[in-house]
Design a protein around this ligand. Structure first.
Ligand code: SF4
Length: 77
């Protein structure tokens, strides 16, 4: 499973980083980005920056995507 965030619609709620800091973080522009092995994928962001979700974090990724108030966290199986 891969995951990416559409920063164009992110509402900067901070919820994803709170719920799953292993998968998400807030960038210098105060929008959320995905993490790959701890590294924040800020460039270029959007669909171009997809992180591979480790097996043990997949349920958390799904739950967080559902909880995102902007529905801008996207999962690819
Ligand atoms: S939960 Fe959604 S809206 Fe909130 S910071 Fe994360 S991606 Fe943006």
């Amino acid at each position: 499973m891969r995951i990416w965030i559409d920063q164009a619609t992110c509402q900067n709620s901070g919820l994803c980083e709170e719920e799953a800091p292993e998968l998400f973080g807030i960038g210098n522009d105060f929008l959320a980005y995905v993490r790959q092995d701890g590294r924040l994928l800020e460039e270029p962001g959007g669909e171009e920056s997809q992180a591979e979700v480790p097996e043990h974090l997949q349920e958390l990724a799904e739950l967080t995507a559902r909880a995102c108030p902007a529905s801008c966290i996207h999962l690819i199986d």
